[in-house]
Design a protein around this ligand. Structure first.
Ligand code: NG6
Ligand code: CA
Length: 483
């Protein structure tokens, strides 16, 4: 092995709300994802690959820290003005790789908080990705449906005119007087909200949160894919002498779904499908850039998603009406927010041409394992804590064995244990269905036990047939949570 083969570049491409059944290599027929498929054909597709949680912030927290998110009570869906929830000094995937000589960059959706609270967006930002291990950072602070709707380059808002400062307010009862909102001025909207998302209007779309000022800095949703892609590609070009770690976090297909006009109508599924097509194109552009730079065989490329799919996540965009026979979660039950597998089991592809075996793997792996696995690959051994398992051999296709067990997290940090093929869901209070999004939550007054080997759709609760298994797993889950 040459040096560069021992320390490959690492590119993690991370979709937002993309389901297990949303790409063609995982069985989708209603839309084509030729570039993700190309990555899969050059690498290894995991069928038991998980995000740690069924929502964004917790999954991203785990991916970057190697720690289960329910251990940090701040790791829940964050507002756009939340402080950074990863403390500087914490070992993170980028900080550990940096120690091993990598140059590290993040481009795209962040959603792990910025600053120390009460953030003044008009001054250099105090706590950013730059403070937890990234050398370069070009991000949006939270989500594309949350204010502030601006890009952050390092510590600065891009394109901010100091004479038009930004103000952000998340208290629902404190709209900026005189400024239109989705709630009061629906006639100004190009995409109507369905639930939530009725506060400040930016680019014809009402968002979560109020903002005022910063007009010259506001993003244009339709250009977002191109903006992030350009930054991601230039990071690769700039650092092609490597090794580098790039965390490229897409905003698609999260709401509001506003792909560039050149993708509008490219699928029959409406804006949600078109946003997936746009993201797939970005994947292809990144693969081409790596090839152009001569890095194809020196780079591990990972593609995955932060949580499962949702159709109506708060805007009328025809995702439900145009879905037809398409099953965004494939054969899995539930979706985003859910404790069922549809919430957390996601497309999970690892490619390293020449080094990773090609084909399919049934090894149980989680994004929380990137921390320990890639640290091992880079030759460093941080104090990984108990949650991140070195499954490098499985990720490289050299072993069929991944983890023995994994804790999965639905919304509100409700946890589930998977052990082998068994999934145990403890009784949890709350409605069985989140009616806003029409997704089963997994809440039930009784314990649930499923065996995925014959029941991938988690249809038959066998807790009363195997009470000893259910009890053993309940104990184990309690033990892990208290450990
Ligand atoms: C929810 C939003 C949803 C989405 C989600 C975060 C409402 C009613 N719903 O609170 O639209 O933004 O948060 O998604 O506001 S995530 O993928 O970033 O976790
Ligand atoms: Ca998400």
């Amino acid at each position: 092995m040459t040096d560069s083969a021992r320390h490959p570049n690492i590119v993690v491409m991370y979709a937002d709300d993309l389901g297990f059944g949303d790409v063609s290599c995982y069985g989708a027929t209603a839309l084509d994802t030729p570039n993700i498929d190309r990555l899969a054909s050059e690498g290894l597709m995991f069928y038991q690959g998980y995000a740690t949680a069924a929502t964004c912030t917790p999954s991203r927290y785990s991916l970057l820290t190697g720690s289960y998110s329910w251990r940090n009570e701040r790791a829940h869906i964050l507002p756009g003005d939340a402080p950074l929830i990863i403390d500087p000094g914490t070992a993170t995937l980028p900080s550990v790789l940096k120690e091993a000589g990598y140059t590290t960059g993040v481009v795209g959706k962040w959603h792990l908080g910025i600053g120390e609270g009460n953030q003044n967006w008009n001054e250099p930002l105090p706590l950013t990705p730059l403070d937890i291990g990234f050398d370069d950072s070009y991000i949006m602070a939270a989500t594309n449906d949350r204010v502030p709707c601006v890009y952050l380059d390092g510590r600065d808002v891009v394109g901010l005119d100091p004479s038009d400062p930004i103000e952000v307010e998340y208290d629902r009862n404190k709209p900026f007087p005189g400024l239109p909102t989705g709630k009061d001025n629906p006639e100004l909207l190009k995409m109507m909200f369905h639930h939530g998302h009725d506060m400040s209007i930016v680019n014809g779309v009402s968002r979560i949160g109020y903002m005022r000022g910063g007009d010259a800095a506001l993003w244009v949703d339709e250009d977002m894919a191109d903006v992030f892609l350009e930054k991601a590609v230039s990071f690769v070009e700039k650092n092609k002498d490597g090794p580098f770690f790039l965390y490229y976090a897409f905003h698609q297909p999260h709401v509001p779904r506003l792909p560039h006009p050149r993708f509008v109508g490219s699928t029959g599924l409406g804006p949600r499908g078109d946003a997936i097509a746009e993201m797939d194109w970005c994947v292809g552009e990144m693969l081409d850039a790596l090839e152009r730079c001569g890095l194809k065989e020196d780079t591990i490329v990972v593609f995955s998603s932060d949580n499962g799919p949702v159709l109506n996540d708060g805007y009328y965009d025809e995702a439900v009406e145009l879905c037809g026979d398409h099953r965004p979660a494939g054969p899995l039950r539930g979706g985003k927010y859910s404790m069922y597998d549809g919430g957390t089991r996601v497309p999970f592809i690892v490619s390293w041409p020449g080094a990773v075996e090609t084909g399919e793997s049934d090894a149980l792996v989680s994004q929380v394992d990137f921390f320990a696995s890639f640290a091992a690959l880079a030759g460093v051994s941080p104090d990984a804590g108990p949650d991140s398992v070195d499954v490098l051999d499985a990720l490289l296709g050299q072993s069929d064995t991944g983890r023995a067990e994994i804790v999965l997290e639905g919304v509100q940090a409700k946890t589930v244990l998977r052990q082998g093929d068994w999934v145990f869901i403890p009784p949890h209070q709350g409605p069985p269905v989140n009616t806003n999004v029409n997704i089963e939550t997994g809440n039930s007054p009784v314990p649930q036990l499923y065996n995925l080997s014959g029941d991938i759709g988690q249809i038959e609760n066998v807790a009363s047939i195997y009470p000893d298994v259910a009890e053993r797993m309940a104990d184990r889950l309690r033990e892990i949570r208290s450990g």
